[in-house]
Design a protein around this ligand. Structure first.
Ligand code: IPM
Ligand code: MG
Length: 353
């Protein structure tokens, strides 16, 4: 297992170092694991002037999987667009063709009170959002800000080709087959042609999956249904921008964005794994961040890239046990429970593992 590690900015280095302890433990257990480190985001801009330098591209191109912490920080906000840390993330997704973004949102029973929704609405919640990650308005051309008729206009292009929709559709239907066989595709076909095509293609691909029950929902309704009755969903498939928004919304149902991992995969299950939370510059370097989402990202890596379901389960079970023991970092603590630091939480998971 050749794994590239890109700690990134803010809390990235601290949480990634706990996750890489997991990899060290697996190595000690006999797995052949090679770790190599590189830079992305703001720290890469500081070092090289670019958020996704060529050396990093070489490194990740040769790796089987990439573990990433987070990118971004207020000190980079004033940089030109091409140098923003976020650009590094978009560039690596595009360069490695990581078109399939899997974002599970599940509620650990021990954390039910951390959700802002009533416990009965979210208890047992287990949703998988499949977000298309390399197309849509994020990458569409033309784009820009220019002057037309004496005033500035800003514009972007929402665009999907058939083949882009087909490939993400297959990923989503297959994910549904492994779960509760329900797939909801989210679009805005009442207004946007691009998403009319999206709906048509999803329907077509659906013919090949008679065992999956397929439904469609407009994105505004989906945003509402996610907070009204989130348990109606099993797998959701949607485009890049709607997926960005809905996955943040779904994460908050679980009360703790600090708990959720993600995978971004290409055709061959090469993947980039990262927590879905950001770089949290306000708490960086203070041993306060929750490392569990990053540790759970390693579990996803074992499952999707390396086909090690049993190892993935072991990591996930270790996290569940630690929560059941009442151990909490600050973001998921409730009143009266003692609070662990980033390293101490890492210790706890490793001890169970
Ligand atoms: C995400 C983030 C990114 C996105 C940003 C940082 C570019 O919000 O991974 O959801 O919009 O895709
Ligand atoms: Mg986002």
């Amino acid at each position: 297992m050749n794994i590239a590690i890109l700690p990134g900015d803010g809390i990235g280095p601290e949480i990634v170092s706990q996750a890489s302890r997991l990899l060290d433990a697996l190595k000690a257990d006999g797995f052949k694991i090679e770790l190599e480190y590189g830079s992305i985001g703001g720290c890469a801009v500081d070092a090289t002037g670019e958020p996704y330098p060529e050396v990093t591209h070489q490194l990740v191109s040769q790796a089987d999987a990439v573990l990433l912490g987070a990118v971004g920080g207020p000190q980079y906000d004033a940089l030109p667009r091409a140098q923003r840390p976020e650009k590094g993330l978009l560039a690596i997704r595009k360069a490695l063709n990581l078109f399939a973004n899997l974002r599970p949102a599940m509620l650990y029973p021990e954390l039910a009170t951390a959700s802002s929704l009533k416990p009965e609405i979210v208890a047992g919640l287990d949703i998988m959002i499949v977000r298309e990650l390399t197309g849509d308005i994020y990458f569409g051309e033309p784009r820009g800000i220019e002057t037309r008729n004496g005033q500035r206009v800003g514009f972007n292009t929402m665009i999907y080709s058939e083949s882009e929709i087909q490939r993400i559709a297959h990923i989503a239907f297959q994910a549904a087959l492994k779960r509760n066989r329900k797939l909801c595709s989210v679009d805005k076909m009442n207004v946007l042609e691009c998403t009319q095509l999206w709906r048509d293609i999803i329907e077509e691909v659906g013919q090949e999956y008679p065992d999956v029950s397929l439904s469609h929902m407009l994105v505004d309704n989906a945003a509402m249904q996610l907070v009204r009755d989130p348990k109606q969903f099993d797998v959701i498939v949607t485009g890049n921008m709607f997926g960005d928004i809905l996955s943040d919304e779904a994460s908050m149902l679980t009360g703790s964005i600090g708990m959720l991992p993600s995978a971004s995969l290409d055709h061959n299950n090469k993947g980039l794994y990262e927590p879905i939370h950001g770089s949290a510059p306000d708490i960086a370097g203070k041993n306060l961040a929750n490392p569990l989402a990053t540790m759970l990202s390693v579990a996803m890596m074992m499952r999707y890239t390396f086909n090690q379901e049993e190892v993935a389960k072991r990591i996930e079970d270790a996290v569940k046990k630690v929560l059941a023991q009442g151990l909490r970092t600050r973001d998921i603590a409730s009143e009266g429970t003692p609070i662990l630091g980033t390293c101490e939480m890492g210790d706890a998971v490793l001890a169970v593992l």
